[in-house]
Design a protein around this ligand. Structure first.
Ligand code: CP
Length: 314
């Protein structure tokens, strides 16, 4: 069982056993949502989005509402005293006087940790710049576990913007804690995986290869994780234009993949997965977005101390 009243800033904040417990609780909620519809009665969550979001914001808000709790917050910081120059530290202190839990997205790396140090309630990192996106990783784990029935013995290909992709950094560092995982990093040279991630793999002796060729990497993957080249992280518009369509997954390219490979994408997508792929049974990214709501329900319950006793390996 998790300790009560803690924040989630980095997927490494949870042990592997705690991750399995969260996944089990999410699975229980998915199977019997009505049993949990009053789990957070009387609780209030602040949803503070300093950067645009569809999935993370709406799935968190839906999750809290479906647990019987209530939500307040903003998706446009210009309507708050941030516009008058209030510091993030003061905003954290103030908002945490009103609510039981804060969900924070911010474009600057490290902001979630800074915010959590000044808040008097748990803070969930809903994405901090190009750094980490731990609740997307929980979503990805639930999706992989649901489709592959395991989080071990997997070869995972990650394709696209590995440099700025916070979902990628969180997933790789988290999956590096499971047994017999290997990675294939598929990107142009300009968007390679940062060394702070590969250093972790090197230290643990976890195998990975780096390539710029999607087709030749496909044949022995169990999971293909596509990602968007993120215009908002580029300093140069010209560089973005040059790289944005470097990978486009099509039915033709999928001919090289195993029948039971699954295709994940944190979304939103732009051009990197052709819409024709949506009909392929291996394309699970829309289901993945739905799983995001159930794992966030499990996370909210857990951080508010309402976790039921679940055996992580049940
Ligand atoms: N996957 C994800 O973080 O999507 P949003 O930016 O829409 O929240």
């Amino acid at each position: 069982m998790l300790k009560k009243r803690r924040s989630l800033i980095d997927p490494g904040d949870f042990t592997v056993d705690e991750l399995y417990s969260l996944l089990k609780l999410a699975d229980n909620i998915l199977k019997q949502p009505e049993k949990y519809s009053h789990a957070c009665d009387g609780k209030l969550m602040a949803s503070l989005f300093y950067e645009p979001s569809t999935r993370t914001k709406f799935s968190f808000d839906a999750a809290m509402n479906r647990l019987g709790g209530r939500v307040l917050g903003f998706a446009d910081p210009s309507t708050t005293s941030a516009a008058k120059g209030e510091t993030l530290a003061d905003s954290a202190k103030i908002v945490s006087q009103y609510v039981d839990l804060i969900v924070l997205r911010h474009p600057k790396e490290g902001t979630a940790l800074h915010f959590s140090r000044h808040a008097d309630c748990p803070v969930i990192n809903a994405g901090d710049g190009g750094h980490q996106h731990p609740t997307q990783t929980l979503t990805d784990l639930l999706t992989i576990k649901s489709y592959k029935n395991r989080l071990t013995d997997l070869k995972i290909g990650l394709c696209g913007d590995l440099k700025f992709g916070r979902t990628i950094h969180s997933l790789v560092t988290c999956m590096s804690r499971f047994e017999n995982i290997s990675f294939v990093f598929i990107s142009p040279d300009e968007l390679k995986m940062p060394s702070y991630v590969t250093d972790i793999l090197d230290e643990k002796g976890i195998p990975y290869t780096e390539t710029d060729d999607l087709e030749s990497s496909m044949a022995d993957l169990d999971v293909l994780y596509m990602s968007r080249v993120q215009r908002e992280r580029f300093v140069s518009e010209e560089e973005y234009e040059r790289l944005k369509d470097v990978y486009i997954l099509t039915n033709e390219k999928l001919k090289y993949a195993k029948d039971d490979m699954i295709i994940l994408h944190p979304l939103p997508r732009v051009n990197e997965i052709s819409p024709e792929v949506d009909k392929d049974p291996r394309a699970v990214y829309f289901h993945q977005a739905r799983y995001g709501m159930f794992i966030r329900m499990a996370l909210i319950m857990t951080l508010l101390g309402f976790n039921e006793e679940v055996s992580p390996y049940a």
